[in-house]
Ligand binder design. Structure first.
Ligand code: GDP
Ligand code: MG
Length: 596
């Protein structure tokens, strides 16, 4: 075990995590030059484009140190966004150490600080790296000061590198071997393995990534998932080395993959502890948390004919995404669709983008909502995240909604604005801490529902992009929530209904009414657009009437042109939804429901 190092890389987006990973892979060899492409670890297109890691990847590198000793280095990739923070935690639990990258031209960023704290909580040994020293704007001394003052790490331990130009990469490898501790654990104890990741392979089924904490695992063993209480027979185990590299056993301290006839990641739980069915560990590994869906939204195909495709696409995505939930839903406006549960807003975004990009399905997505817990007058309790299932208000005794502890890290000059923004979003308390001379952390206790609408965008604008946002759910608190309907010509448009705090109902209703009024074409009659709580109208706009016949200006002359025009008009109608006597263009839903 002395020859194993399990580590991850913590860095702010763009500070060079992927580039360094590529260099480490390249330096350790074991991969043909032709197989080398940039950003080996970022496999999904969206990840590469947005520069974020969504699904983590793991790789085992063979490294011969200058002293001639051979090491196995397990580089465990971690996702870099709050929605996936419990995945970050799981990855960290598989490691003994972490490299912390600081960009020599940018200094320390908030996200790095947040992830560093998480690594410290898990007792990881930390090795600071100063990257991009090749840049003319690089300031190594300033970066060292930041490592000392903002991260609280030893600046003299930092290794200065250029990941891009391959400068000092060998020093990083030596640092990993010398500074990071080897794993511990007893290979003869009952098996305890942490499943920290899983993905679906169309030939092999689900491939589990795991870290063996105690004991030894062999092919043909029957494994038992301690939390989900399921058993599978192991087909193959081994190291991740670009191809799966089968081994005869994996034992304490090692990181590797397991293929065990699992059909879908929905069948297992990531974060679960694996033990042997016939020699079980007494306790699972501590710190297990189930993935929690906190944001819910309905997804409809823009074209109702694409419902089957949407079904297939969601099935496909779910095979590989244990955190995505969905069930059938339907809307008078948009036909059949699905009610989906997400880990957070980015998760929703990623799924939406993948559906559109990989499966080429145009979508309408309803406003995201949190889950409310209602106490009814008859003594029963009801959980509601979908406005369609909101009960008769007179039957509700009380309601509560989820609150979060939000942490916003910002340069000090924007702190006033940030506090103001939190208050506007029903923050119940705010505290402020200096992280360094110029950087502050604002901690705000506020409803999760408040950050789903009109919050991120404003925060980014207000802090000129420097503000970072993270949160953790804390508890449910009593609230005064109402259902708002949007009526077009007195008919409710079900997809546009939303659940909101009474104080915020009117502002958002006005926003929807105004946007909708811009998107609905004129009709022969005046169309009122209203926001309503039950029978009470709280917002109103109108679309003025219009009488023109589109063919009027052709003076009855050219018949073919007239025909063409009428056909064009008909086609236009195909993209419309009939609501009573009003036609609403599909794109109106997209525009009205677009976040921020
Ligand atoms: P990540 O978001 O942390 O994974 O960062 P990437 O590895 O994708 O790097 C972000 C950008 O910085 C890319 O354009 C890289 O080419 C560039 N980059 C990474 N390392 C260096 C370096 O050492 N020097 C310079 N000049 N650019 C670098
Ligand atoms: Mg990257």
């Amino acid at each position: 075990m002395q020859h194993i190092r399990n580590f991850c890389i913590i860095a702010h987006i763009d500070h060079g995590k992927s580039t360094l990973a590529d260099r480490l892979i390249q330096t350790c060899g074991g991969i043909a030059q032709r197989d080398l492409h940039e950003q080996m670890l970022d496999s999904m297109d969206i990840e590469r484009e947005r520069g974020i890691t969504i699904k983590s990847n793991t790789i085992t590198l063979d490294y011969r140190a200058p002293d001639g000793k051979d090491y196995l280095l397990n580089l465990i990739d971690t996702p870099g966004h709050v929605d996936f923070s419990h995945e970050v935690r799981r990855s960290l639990m598989a490691c003994e150490g972490a490299l912390i990258i600081v960009d020599a031209s940018q200094g320390v960023e908030a996200q790095t600080v947040a992830n560093l704290y998480m690594a410290m909580e898990h007792d990881l040994e930390l090795l600071p790296i100063i990257n991009k020293i090749d840049l003319p704007s690089a300031d190594i001394e300033r970066a060292q000061e930041a490592i000392d003052a903002e991260l609280g790490l030893d600046p003299f331990a930092a290794i200065s590198i250029s990941a891009k130009n391959g400068i000092n990469i060998e020093e990083v490898l030596v640092g990993i071997v010398e500074k990071l501790p080897p794993p511990q654990g007893d290979p003869n104890a009952p098996l305890k393995a942490l499943v920290f990741d899983a993905h679906f392979d169309k030939f092999r089924g689900v491939i589990l990534q795991c870290r063996i904490m105690e004991g030894t695992l062999k092919p043909r063993d029957t494994i038992h998932f301690m939390h989900s209480d399921r058993d599978f027979k192991v087909d193959e185990i081994g190291y991740n080395q670009f191809q799966l590299n089968p081994r005869k056993q994996l034992s304490a301290g090692e990181v590797g993959y397991i293929v065990a006839g699992v059909k879908s990641v929905q069948d297992i739980e990531i974060g679960d502890t694996i033990t042997l069915l016939d020699r079980q560990a007494e306790e699972p590994i501590p710190g297990y948390q189930k993935a929690r869906q906190v944001v819910f939204s309905s997804i409809y195909p823009m074209d109702t004919g694409e419902y089957q495709e949407l079904t297939k696409a969601l099935d496909k995505l779910a095979i590989n995404d244990a955190a995505l939930t969905f069930e059938k839903d339907s809307s008078a406006a948009l036909g059949f669709g699905f009610r989906c549960g997400f880990l957070g807003l980015l998760h929703l975004d990623v799924i939406q983008e993948r559906l559109q990009r990989e499966f080429d399905i145009g979508l309408v997505i309803s406003a995201p909502s949190v889950k409310y817990i209602l106490k009814l007058r008859d003594g029963s309790e009801l959980e509601v995240d979908n406005p369609s299932y909101w009960p008769d208000p007179t039957s509700i005794e009380s309601a509560s909604e989820p609150y979060i502890k939000a942490s916003i890290i910002t340069p000090e000059e924007y702190v006033g604005g940030v506090m103001e923004l939190c208050r506007e979003h029903r923050s119940e308390s705010q505290t402020m801490d200096y992280l360094s001379a110029k950087r502050l952390e604002v901690t705000s206790i506020m409803p999760l529902g408040e950050v789903l609408f009109d919050f991120y965008g404003k925060l980014k604008m207000l802090t000129r992009g420097y503000g970072s946002f993270d949160y953790e759910p804390i508890e449910y608190r009593t609230t005064d929530v109402v259902k708002v309907d949007i009526l077009v010509n007195k008919e409710p448009v079900d997809t546009l209904s939303y659940l909101v705090h009474r104080d915020k109902a009117r502002k958002r209703a006005l926003h929807y009414c105004e946007k909708l009024a811009k998107e609905i074409p004129r009709h022969q009659f005046k169309i009122p657009i209203q926001g309503a709580i039950g029978g009470e109208i709280i917002a109103r706009t109108t679309v003025a009437p219009y009488r023109k016949d589109v063919t009027e200006k052709l003076y009855g002359g050219d018949v073919t042109r007239k025909k063409k025009l009428l056909e064009k008009q008909k086609k236009g109608k195909a993209k419309m939804k009939q609501f009573g006597s009003v036609n609403i263009p599909q794109k109106a839903f997209v525009s009205v429901l677009r976040a921020d």
